[in-house]
Design a protein around this ligand. Structure first.
Ligand code: OOG
Ligand code: MG
Length: 262
């Protein structure tokens, strides 16, 4: 770690205020080029600590930048991991206030809920599938706090991987019999198809992203708890949304989910 405790706390406050007040900031590595990976995750952890202290509840975890399409769109090469708290969750069919966000984008996600915790090292696709209780289709709304959605990997990790809202579909489907690699994903905005993909776009198999998260947490002595939602990462590029837009996602075998922006 190259930053002091005080710098970490100051950057956490800086990024969380940008989120809560819906204004953008310049990327933090511009001012702290010496920042390392542990510093980036420490800033993210401090943002979570601030939210928990305010009474928010941790409800899930997410993997980000797990598909080629996303890595290419954002110009990074490595996945990142973040957290989801209660107020990020929007009910299926619910409305999202654009005024609370900076420059939201939507992406199609395959969500996992585990029946028992898993902890790395050594987790793989099989470990995840054996522990999976059910899967759900999800729309994630990402909203980087960085100007023009431009960042490097350390800056985006500190910013909780652009997390802001998510909507889960109403069907909880066991994974037995589903081949998550060939699961088709169709996302529509205002009735027009804007993104198409298949599960294999996420690291060859969406469960590989969840295994990577478990291995990442294992290094920190943490695990993926049971019963928590885990988003495995956008299957396609993210698509910008504005007031008046309605987004619908269909995932083969997992049903559909929709939300609108007001
Ligand atoms: C980073 C967050 C990416 C995903 O699923 O890839 C993410 C970003 O693109 O702003 O949530
Ligand atoms: Mg995502």
């Amino acid at each position: 770690m190259n930053l002091t405790q005080q710098e970490i706390a100051q950057l956490a406050e800086h990024l969380e205020s940008a989120e809560l007040q819906a204004h953008d900031v310049t990327k933090i590595t511009d001012d702290f080029p010496q920042m390392d990976w542990d510093d980036a995750y420490a800033i993210q952890a401090d943002i979570l600590r601030r939210k928990l202290a305010r009474g928010n509840k941790l409800v899930g975890l997410k993997c980000g930048l797990t598909s080629r399409a996303k890595m290419k769109q954002m110009g990074v090469e490595t996945p990142c991991f973040g957290f989801l708290v209660d107020y990020f969750s929007v009910p299926e069919g619910g409305e999202i206030k654009v005024s609370e966000l900076i420059h939201p984008k939507v992406e199609p996600e395959i969500g996992f809920v585990l029946k028992r915790p898993i902890r790395g090292p050594g987790c793989h696709v099989g470990t995840v599938l054996a522990a999976t209780d059910f899967l759900m289709a999800g729309i994630e709304i990402i909203d980087s706090r960085y100007r023009d959605f431009k960042f490097d990997l350390k800056s985006v990790i500190a910013d909780n991987c652009s997390s802001s809202r998510f909507v889960l579909g109403g069907q909880a489907v066991p994974q037995d019999g589903l081949d998550l690699r060939t699961l088709g994903v169709v996302m529509e905005k205002n009735g027009e198809i804007v993104a198409i993909g298949a599960g294999a776009a996420v690291l060859g198999h969406p469960a590989a992203a969840v295994a990577m998260l478990a291995n990442h947490l294992g290094k920190r002595g943490e695990e993926i708890p049971a019963g928590t939602i885990v988003l495995s990462g956008g299957v396609t590029e993210a698509v910008s949304v504005a007031v008046g837009d309605r987004v619908n996602l269909r995932v083969q075998g997992l049903g559909s989910v929709s939300t609108s922006f007001i």
